[in-house]
Design a protein around this ligand. Structure first.
Ligand code: ADP
Length: 468
């Protein structure tokens, strides 16, 4: 795994290096071209001067006075300057002292040709220039000699030019290297500074755990982009902390719920064993132990159901299910309960109300709502069950019972939550609504509740449509 720093810096440094190298090559070539052009211009002028100083005699001879071109011996010496005059056949009639006769050879060059020559390790720049001329005097027989052409070659040492280019190249290399170091160091420092924030974050993240649930990552000093990530991570940590807290509470609640019936069983047994008992006394004790263990069994069963519904990937057997039929069936199962309390039951259930659902789970959900409605409604109250459909479909369970105080409304779906434990009686575990809500959630909806303390409550599950 490569570090973030090298992933940012290596391409940056490589790119800077390539740009510098390209710039250096282009700059050196431009300077060389400019200096060479200047030298070539001088050489051409010199060649033209030599050309015009040459005199073609009617005899065919060539006359040339070196003083006419104003080249001093000192210049000849210092710049290694030379000139040469050749005829069309390549014969070199006139040549100054430094002329590299052999190298010039007899090659016929194009007009104004410039080139470099290396003579005994000395770099030379030369210009070869053709001159077309008529002889000035007529020959003795009175005829004009035919037009003559000759080649003038001039040259100077290119050492100065090369030295200037080399010194420019050195300056470029030095300056470029210094600039390169600066341009590399600056991003290095900037990136290192920016990464310091991330290193701090990883140290802080190491501290987060169940033993320090309040610990969060500091969003300051990491830049807006990373701060957004840190905020998202903090939210995730919050959610995990809440889930962890819920789990802890659940374990505590389970232990608490199990302790009461278990200690009731133990007390019953201890009391029964304290002294010899009649058969009837033993039967009565055993009966009580049996009742308590049945309640315990129901509690464990509900907890298992809850954990099954809350597990990821619960498989529902979804099919078209009639809410009206479920309402009627479930109500008839609770009929005896309602009768015992003289509660009047109203069924506002008409034709089929079809939803896509798991029938068994929906029965369990509706059963919990109806059971609660009867349980929390005093004698001679009323429980109404209605189903409806339109753009969506739903089932409503209403009662004229004790109602729920506002402060409890958002908690009654929590595990083991009881608004008033005294009212629920021995079978109340605070799991019924939690189970019903989980079933609704598995169907992509949720249970809504409205309640007025002392007047009654209304629980509704809506399937489909915007309200689901
Ligand atoms: P419980 O087994 O205690 O009924 P539930 O999860 O079914 O557990 O309900 C949680 C709490 O919500 C109950 O203890 C009760 O206080 C309140 N509750 C539920 N349904 C009703 C209702 N129809 N009328 C009044 N209170 C209700």
């Amino acid at each position: 795994m490569t570090s973030l720093r090298s992933r940012i810096l290596i391409p940056l440094i490589a790119l800077t290096g390539v740009i510098f190298a390209l710039f250096g090559v282009i700059a050196e070539r431009a300077v060389t071209r400019e200096l060479t052009r200047g030298l070539d211009e001088k050489l051409l002028v010199m060649a033209q001067d030599v050309g015009s100083a040459v005199e073609l005699l009617p005899s065919g001879d060539v006359e040339f006075e070196p003083e006419d071109i104003g080249m001093s011996p000192a210049e000849e010496e210092r710049d290694h300057a030379f000139y040469a005059i050749q005829d069309a056949s390549g014969f070199m009639g006139i040549a100054s002292r430094n002329t590299p006769r052999e190298e010039l050879g007899s090659v016929v060059p194009a007009e104004g040709e410039f080139r470099r020559l290396q003579v005994d390790g000395l770099p030379l720049r030369i210009c070869r220039h053709w001159v077309e001329r008529k002889p000035e005097d007529e020959a003795e027989d009175g005829e004009t000699a035919p037009a003559e052409s000759f080649l003038v070659t001039v040259g100077v040492s290119a050492t100065n030019l090369d030295a200037t280019v080399a010194s420019f190249r050195n300056d470029l290399l030095l300056g470029g290297a210094a600039l390169f170091v600066v341009l590399t160091l600056v991003p290095l420092l900037v990136v290192t500074g920016a990464l310091r924030g991330l290193q701090r974050l990883s140290r802080e993240a190491d501290r987060i755990g169940p033993e320090a649930p309040g610990c969060r990552l500091e969003e300051e000093g990491v830049g807006t982009e990373v701060a957004a990530l840190v905020a998202a991570l903090n939210r995730a940590v919050d959610r995990l902390a809440q889930a962890h807290e819920r789990e802890k509470r659940f374990s505590g609640d389970v232990a608490h719920e199990l302790r009461t019936p278990l200690s009731a069983i133990r007390t019953r047994c201890e009391v029964a064993l304290r002294r010899p008992r009649t058969t009837d006394e033993l039967r009565e004790n055993l009966q009580s132990v049996l009742e308590t263990s049945k309640r315990l069994g129901r509690l464990v069963e509900r907890m298992l159901l809850l954990s099954r519904y809350q597990r990821q990937g619960v498989e529902l057997s979804l099919r078209e299910t009639d809410l009206s039929e479920i309402a009627r069936d479930v109500m008839s199962l609770h009929g005896e309960e309602a009768e015992k309390k003289d509660i009047s039951v109203r069924m506002e259930v008409g034709g089929p109300v079809i939803v896509q659902g798991d029938e068994d789970l929906l029965r369990e959900c509706v059963s919990n709502l109806i059971h609660n409605a009867i349980r929390y409604t005093p004698n001679r109250g009323q429980v109404t069950v209605s189903t409806w459909n339109g753009s969506a479909a739903g089932i409503v369970v209403r009662d004229t019972g004790v109602g729920i105080e506002k402060e409890h409304l958002d908690k009654i779906f929590d595990r083991f939550y009881r608004a008033d434990p005294a009212r629920g009686g021995s079978g109340s575990y605070g799991l019924g609504l939690c189970l019903a809500q989980e079933i609704a959630r598995l169907h992509g909806t949720r249970i809504r509740v409205e309640s007025t303390p002392g007047k009654g409550s209304r629980f509704e599950v809506v399937f489909g449509g915007d309200e689901a």
